[in-house]
Design a protein around this ligand. Structure first.
Ligand code: NAD
Ligand code: MG
Length: 338
C-alpha cells in the first residue's frame, strides 16, 4: 500500500521560511506560482528573455526575474519548463547558481531518473507532480479543493525534504485532495508507460482502427467519427466518475454485453505482449535514449509522425463536425482543459 497524506500531515511553515523560484509560467508554472502566492509563500518567477508568458506573469503581479537571477535569489527551485529543455536550462542557468542546502523540485521524474540532470550531493531533490493539467490545479484551488499529487524524495541531505514536498503540495492545494508518496523511478516509468500504451498511443490507434474499419466497409465518415471518437468522451467520463462498473451500469445492456463479450478480441495476447515490450523499453532506458536523441536532432521523426496524424481522414471530417458543436468552438478553453 502507498502512503497517503492530507492537509493535517503537511506544515506550510517549512516552505514559508524559504525563498522560492518557479521556473516557467506555462500549464504547471502559472498554477504553482499563483496557488503558492495565495498560500502566503515568498516567490519569484524565472523566465527566459522573451518567454511568451512574461506578460501574463507580470499581469498576475508576479516578480519576474531571469532564470539565473531567480535561481541565485531563491533556496527552493521548481523546474516547470518542458522536460526536453530542462537539462540545458539546468546546466546553463540553474547549476551555476545552486548553493549547498538548496532544494531542486520537479513535477515529473524524467530528467532525474534518466540522469539527464545530476544535482550535487548537498542539494535536496524532490518531486511534486499534480495528477492533472495546470489549469485544473489552479481552478480547483480557487474553488477550495485541489488536484491529487504524487510526491517523491530523491536525495535528502537536509533531512527536511519530505516536509518541504508536503508543504509544497499543501501550498498548491494537493493535500486537500490527497497526496501519494512514490519514487522518481515509479512515477517516471508508470507515466511514460501509461501515455504510450493507453492514454495517447493506445487510444489514438484504437480510434483510428475503428474509424478505418467502418469507412472501409462503406459507412459515412461522419458516423464513424461520432461512434469511434466523439462518444469516447462520454465513456471516459463514466470511467472517471465510477470506474469500469459505472460505465457498464450506465450504457445499455446491449452495449454492456457486446463490449464485455468482444473487447478481449481487440486487446489480445499479442497486444499484451507488446505492452510488456513497451514497458521494458521504458525500464531499460531505450525509450529515454531514443527521445533524447530525437530532440538533439531537432525532432525529425516527431515532425513526420505529426504530419501523418494531421493528414488522417478522421481529422478532416472532425473539423467539419466540430463546427456543429458550438460549445467546442472556444479553441483556447478546449486546449486549456486538454
Ligand atoms: P509548458 O510547456 O506549459 O510551459 C513551459 C514554460 O517553460 C513556459 O513558460 C515556456 O515558455 C517555458 N519554456 C519553453 N521552452 C523553454 C526553454 N527552452 N527554456 C526556458 N523556458 C522555456 O510546460 P508544462 O506542461 O507546464 O510542463 C512543465 C513540467 O510539468 C514538466 O516537467 C511536465 O512533465 C510537468 N507536468 C505537466 C503536466 C501537464 O498537464 N502539463 C502535468 C504534470 C506534470
Ligand atoms: Mg502524465
Amino acid at each position: 500500500m502507498v502512503n497517503m497524506y492530507y492537509d493535517n500531515d503537511a506544515d506550510l511553515s517549512v516552505l514559508k521560511d524559504r525563498k522560492i523560484a518557479v521556473l516557467g509560467y506555462g500549464s504547471q508554472g502559472h498554477a504553482h506560482a499563483l496557488n503558492l502566492r495565495d498560500s502566503g509563500m515568498n516567490l519569484c518567477v524565472g523566465l527566459r528573455p522573451g518567454d511568451p508568458f512574461t506578460e501574463q506573469a507580470e499581469g498576475d503581479g508576479m516578480d519576474v526575474k531571469t532564470i539565473s537571477e531567480a535561481c541565485a535569489w531563491s533556496e527552493v527551485i521548481m523546474i516547470l519548463v518542458p522536460d526536453q529543455h530542462q537539462r540545458t536550462v539546468y546546466e546553463n542557468e540553474i547549476a551555476p547558481n545552486l548553493q549547498s542546502g538548496d532544494t531542486l523540485a520537479f513535477a515529473h521524474g524524467f530528467n532525474i531518473h534518466y540522469d539527464q540532470i545530476v544535482p550535487p550531493e548537498d542539494v535536496n531533490v524532490m518531486m511534486i507532480a499534480p495528477k492533472g493539467p495546470g489549469h485544473l490545479v489552479r481552478r480547483t484551488f480557487q474553488n477550495g479543493t485541489g488536484v491529487p499529487c504524487l510526491i517523491a524524495v530523491y536525495q535528502d541531505p537536509s533531512g527536511q525534504t519530505r516536509d518541504l514536498a508536503l508543504a509544497w503540495a499543501k501550498g498548491i492545494g494537493g493535500t486537500r485532495a490527497g497526496v501519494i508518496e512514490t519514487t522518481f523511478k515509479d512515477e517516471t516509468e508508470t507515466d511514460l508507460f501509461g501515455e504510450q500504451a493507453v492514454l495517447c498511443g493506445g487510444s489514438a490507434e484504437l480510434i483510428k482502427a475503428g474509424f478505418e474499419t467502418l469507412t472501409e466497409a462503406g459507412y459515412p465518415p461522419e458516423l464513424a467519427y461520432f461512434e469511434c471518437l466523439h462518444e469516447l468522451k462520454l465513456i471516459v467520463d463514466l470511467y472517471y466518475e465510477g470506474g469500469l462498473s459505472r460505465m457498464n451500469y450506465s450504457v445499455s445492456d446491449t452495449a454492456e454485453y457486446g463490449g464485455m463479450s468482444r473487447g478481449s478480441r481487440i486487446i489480445t495476447d499479442q497486444t499484451r505482449a507488446e505492452m510488456k515490450k513497451i514497458l521494458k523499453e521504458v525500464q531499460n532506458g531505450d525509450f529515454a535514449r531514443e527521445w533524447i536523441e530525437e530532440n538533439s536532432k531537432g525532432q525529425p521523426v516527431m515532425e513526420k509522425l505529426r504530419s501523418e496524424v494531421k493528414a488522417h481522414p478522421i481529422e478532416k471530417v472532425g473539423v467539419e463536425l466540430r463546427r456543429m458543436m458550438d460549445w467546442l468552438t472556444g479553441g483556447a478553453e478546449a486546449k486549456q482543459s486538454a
